[in-house]
Write a protein that binds this ligand. Structure first.
Ligand SMILES: [Zn+2]
Length: 244
């Protein structure tokens, strides 16, 4: 069973990104639409390789490079950043963010497959309450994703290591989900956080709770593989420094 941490997937994605940079962005060739199309194609290729249902794509506003929305099964890319004056550093940031967000799609997909495989095993043994509770935990996902995950059946056979990861993601995404945005809002209205030092401390704690939750820590880890791979292709002089 392939997943997005596999070297082949990372390398495929990295080589598509390097192609896009060298032939389009760096030479200021092609429209934003054409460049976006290539970036989206690379994500689709990786998802196909890993058996993840492909996402739709939309346009993201604001400051972030990209996002993934599980309810819409949609990734968004910030088109305004993909202009002719985009420096290589920013392109590399965008490429790794895109892979990070695509990994979130894979995490949600694998969690759905695991939950539905467990539910199927329970079918013959009762546990109707437990079954309903598990199915309900996936209710934020679109129907077609749940249907497809329930059809995966016996071909869902992750390694023991991956299975443990999927269980940890289930907990951090569905059971003990940390809401970073509301934590930050809470600091603003917290009457006991009335000095700058306390505010900074609470912001740091909130960031750490978000950054090191199981699914986020995993997505940040995977970003580094993309970054190092791109560095090796686009800065060949640094090749010796790369730890892949
Ligand atoms: Zn994330």
């Amino acid at each position: 069973m392939k997943s997005m941490t596999d070297v082949k997937c990372v390398q495929t994605y990295v080589s598509r990104m390097a192609y896009c940079w060298k032939n389009y962005n760096n030479r200021q060739i092609g429209t934003v639409k054409e460049r976006v199309y290539l970036l989206e194609l690379a994500v689709r290729e990786v998802h196909n390789l890993c058996g993840v249902p492909i996402t739709s794509f939309g346009v993201l506003g604001g400051e972030d490079d990209g996002s993934f929305n599980r309810s819409l099964w949609m990734m968004k890319l910030n088109h305004s950043k993909i202009n002719d004056s985009m420096p290589l550093d920013n392109f590399m940031e965008l490429a790794k963010t895109l892979y990070h967000e695509a990994r979130h799609a894979e995490q949600h997909w694998l969690v759905a497959c695991m939950v539905l495989a467990v539910v199927k095993r329970m079918n013959s043994e009762g546990y109707s309450q437990e079954r309903l509770r598990l199915i309900k935990s996936l209710s934020a996902l679109p129907k077609h994703i749940i249907e497809r995950a329930s059809n995966v059946g016996n071909s869902f056979n992750p390694s023991a290591e991956l299975y443990q990861k999927i269980k940890d993601w289930y907990n951090s995404m569905y059971v003990n989900r940390f809401n970073y945005d509301s934590a930050i809002q809470g600091i603003g209205t917290n009457p006991f956080a009335d000095d700058a030092e306390t505010k900074v401390l609470l912001h740091r704690k909130a960031y750490e709770a978000y950054r090191f939750s199981a699914h986020e820590a995993d997505a940040f880890d995977i970003e580094i593989l993309v970054y190092n791979g791109l560095k090796a292709l686009l800065f060949p002089d640094n090749r010796d420094l790369i730890i892949f």
